[in-house]
Design a binder for this molecule. Structure first.
Ligand SMILES: NC(=O)CC[C@H](N)C(=O)O
Length: 224
């Protein structure tokens, strides 16, 4: 059975839901602590949503310097699957594992709801069980989800097919309707929507989020 670690930072909010989603998908969930310097031998890591360090300075800017991040960055560079959800996406951008930045929502309001998305790429370890062009619905809730990058970076992301999800109805002003991106290798994915909140019909309208967790398991089984 593959194991997926979920890092808890001070102020993380969605770590328990991420652990639960990992368990629902059949993998072993492993809680990881921000102050540790070990990933406890897990096969993949999730940086969850929330308000790490109270969003002080900038969202994700302090979490990026948590002791565990040295090992997350080293393992990501070595090919380990890493998923950053919402605040986790912000941490990945601050860590320069992904390019660009998440700015205050264009409407200056926190947005929350069921968000339609289009899957742009299934060529990542976290999205290989989706089909490209598929439309899915996943929960969103964020104040700083407005993805921005310089024109050269945006061209590179588009040319390399590194845009993984686009909003159908842009809720926050993100460039090119970008909801999620990947690194060139396809092992690091960051997105503002919350797949861990869209895994059960009892708590949402969609189970589309489960596909992230089944995708990484299939990838890990193939490479074991
Ligand atoms: N749900 C979240 O992870 C929120 C992320 C961040 N604190 C924001 O408001 O943008």
């Amino acid at each position: 059975m593959s194991s997926v670690g979920v890092v808890t930072f001070p102020g993380s909010l969605d770590d328990q839901d991420a652990l639960r989603a990992v368990r629902l998908s059949g993998a072993e969930p492993v809680p990881l602590w921000h102050a540790s310097d070990s990933l406890s031998g897990v096969d993949a890591v999730i940086l969850p949503g929330g308000f790490s360090y109270g969003d002080y300075l900038r969202c994700g800017a302090i979490a990026r310097f948590a002791p565990i991040m040295d090992e997350v960055i080293r393992s990501a560079d070595a090919g380990m699957p890493v998923l950053g959800i919402c605040n986790g996406f912000q941490v990945l951008c601050e860590s320069h594992l992904l390019p660009g930045a998440l700015m205050r929502n264009a409407g200056r309001r926190f947005v929350c709801g069921q968000q339609p998305l289009r899957v742009e790429s299934n060529d990542t370890v976290w999205t290989c069980d989706f089909t490209a062009g598929q439309e899915v619905t996943i929960a969103i809730k964020h104040g700083e989800g407005n993805y921005q990058a310089d024109p050269e970076t945006l061209h590179r992301l588009e040319d390399n097919h590194q845009v993984v999800f686009r909003y159908l109805g842009n809720p926050n002003g993100s460039c090119n309707d970008i909801a999620g991106i990947t690194n060139e290798r396809g092992n690091v994915v960051g997105l503002m929507p919350h797949p861990e909140h869209s895994v059960e019909v009892l708590t949402g309208e969609s189970r589309d989020g489960l596909t992230f967790f089944s995708s990484v398991q299939r990838f890990l089984a193939l490479t074991a």
